[in-house]
Design a protein around this ligand. Sequence first.
Ligand code: 5GP
Length: 147
Amino acid sequence: MSLTLNYNPDNIFAKIIAGDMPATKIWETDDILAFMDVFPQSDGHCLVVHKKAQAANLLDIDPQALGTLILGVKKVAAAVAAGLKPDGIRIAQFNGSSAGQTVFHLHFHIIPVYDNVPLSAHHGAAQDGPTPADILEPVAQKIVEAL
Ligand code: 5GP
């Protein structure tokens, strides 16, 4: 999908925000939602979205909403650090399908990195299917407790 196409509200993250699709949630405010990625690249891989800003990518969002969103990313990343104690944290964000974006509602990836543990492929390329909620839940709980 092009960098410049209009936001399409019929995307999976919009449905999660609306409560029409399930997600293992970590943190939610009026503006921000953080939830576990169902094709995690590492243990604790989660996503942070703005609930109200209808932005397909970083270029679409207004500065104030982006400020709120990035502060949410920092808060959740700090909780990932404290709760899961990874050796590093990768923050990733893709714009346009050519760059690897697959869901066209702006989101930031928080990907804990553990020494000597290779990351899985982006978007489950090497996985059988989505990770079940009962596997994600205990990891999410450690992050929640560190918020
Ligand atoms: P993108 O490729 O757009 O940067 O990232 C989209 C992310 O959403 C991927 O890491 C992918 O694993 C994740 N994802 C795709 N479908 C779902 C879903 O239904 N629920 C959740 N929680 N994550 C999803």
